[in-house]
Design a protein around this ligand. Structure first.
Ligand SMILES: NC(=O)c1ccc[n+]([C@@H]2O[C@H](COP(=O)([O-])OP(=O)(O)OC[C@H]3O[C@@H](n4cnc5c(N)ncnc54)[C@H](O)[C@@H]3O)[C@@H](O)[C@H]2O)c1
Length: 313
């Protein structure tokens, strides 16, 4: 299959992530089968997709005419066969369960034997899912960051039997819709970005628990310092620019300090009891006088501006 052959995308399972993927594919001009086993979930996806489009139109990211056309390219169904038939690309975002996902690839063998199967799974191994398919080479993990219609990252994880052709096609496909795919060569728990997020959070929470600073201040340390640069370049490129001789010189320069900090940093292997409640208590200071709705609206508003600046919208 070639990139240009992809005309119809089936979004299978349209809760939080699937509805957002469906918004993206409709926005990018595909015919999209929006499918869920649950009628209420399907109706809720319809509302979510409509409110996502309202937001995109309000932000000037598409005209009302294009919105109407895009939304008109969706078909809603609870019938998997109907959704899969004629689709070249399946973005599966059903429940996080091997049984559920393995059943979907079995059905795909029958109704869409040539289509790509891309699972959004955050934690399952595509190797285990593809075992149930007669065509395992076309199965891959394509893990987004929420919400996928806005955030560009897509982690492509190869299973044991994923073909190189599938990896390359998916890479080109996501690039063609202005996403930023990365290729993960080995299946590991949590893929890559969630592990990075977790490593940072472990240190942040540990600093709070040790009384070094408040939740509000540790959040400020992330977003008003390194976070602003990280929206533009990753930690390696940042360090490469920190020394005229590049990253190796930066690491050599700060190496003696790093060797003092590292043994003092958080290394917990399981969550400390009560850590969630403790962070929630600390967060009250940061959120005082606002509502979650106001904070989300502010975040999405600014996110759109940043994405525009980095050419991702
Ligand atoms: N929530 C996140 O932040 C996030 C981020 C990245 C990836 N993911 C992954 O995306 C997938 C979906 O997560 P979510 O948070 O959207 O879950 P969700 O519970 O909001 O949605 C799952 C949907 O799948 C439907 N479903 C269940 N079985 C089905 C089947 N056999 N066929 C079709 N639909 C079926 C459910 O009715 C539900 O609407 C998971 O694999 C998850 O790991 C989630």
């Amino acid at each position: 299959m070639n990139l240009n052959d992809i005309k119809k995308v089936a979004c299978v399972g349209v809760g939080t992530i699937g509805a957002s993927w469906a918004t993206l594919y409709l926005w990018k001009g595909f015919n999209v089968a929006v499918q869920d086993v649950n009628v209420e979930a399907l109706e809720s996806a319809r509302r979510l997709i409509s409110s996502n489009f309202k937001f995109l139109e309000e932000k000037g990211l598409l005209s009302s005419e294009s919105r109407k056309k895009a939304e008109g390219n969706a078909t809603y169904t609870v019938n998997l066969k109907e959704a899969l038939t004629g689709a070249q690309f399946i973005q599966e975002s059903a429940f996080e369960s091997y049984e559920v996902k393995q059943n979907i690839v079995r059905e795909m063998d029958e109704y869409a034997p040539e289509a790509i199967y891309a699972t959004s799974t955050s934690g399952l191994l595509v190797s285990e899912i593809q075992k149930m398919s007669k065509y395992p080479g076309r199965c891959i993990t394509a893990h987004p960051f929420n919400p996928p219609h806005l955030l560009p990252l897509v982690e492509l994880v190869k299973g044991k039997e994923t073909s190189e052709e599938t990896v390359l096609l998916c890479y080109d496909f996501y690039k063609s819709i202005n996403k930023e795919p990365i290729i993960i060569n080995k299946e590991i728990p949590g893929h890559v970005a969630s592990r990075i997020q977790m490593a940072l959070w472990r240190e942040c929470a540990d600093l709070v628990m040790n009384g070094v600073c408040s939740v509000k201040d540790v959040d400020a340390a992330c977003c008003y310092g390194p976070g602003l640069r990280w929206a533009l370049m990753g930690p390696h490129l940042v360090w490469d620019l920190s020394n005229p001789k590049g990253i190796a010189a930066t690491i050599e320069h700060i190496g003696p300090q790093m060797n003092v900090w590292l043994p003092d940093m958080a290394n917990w292997e399981k969550l400390p009891d009560g850590v969630g409640e403790l962070m929630a208590e600390g967060l009250k200071e940061e959120t005082a006088g606002t509502t979650p709705g106001e904070l989300k609206a502010w975040r999405d508003d600014k996110l759109v501006e940043i994405l525009k600046q980095v050419g991702k919208l």
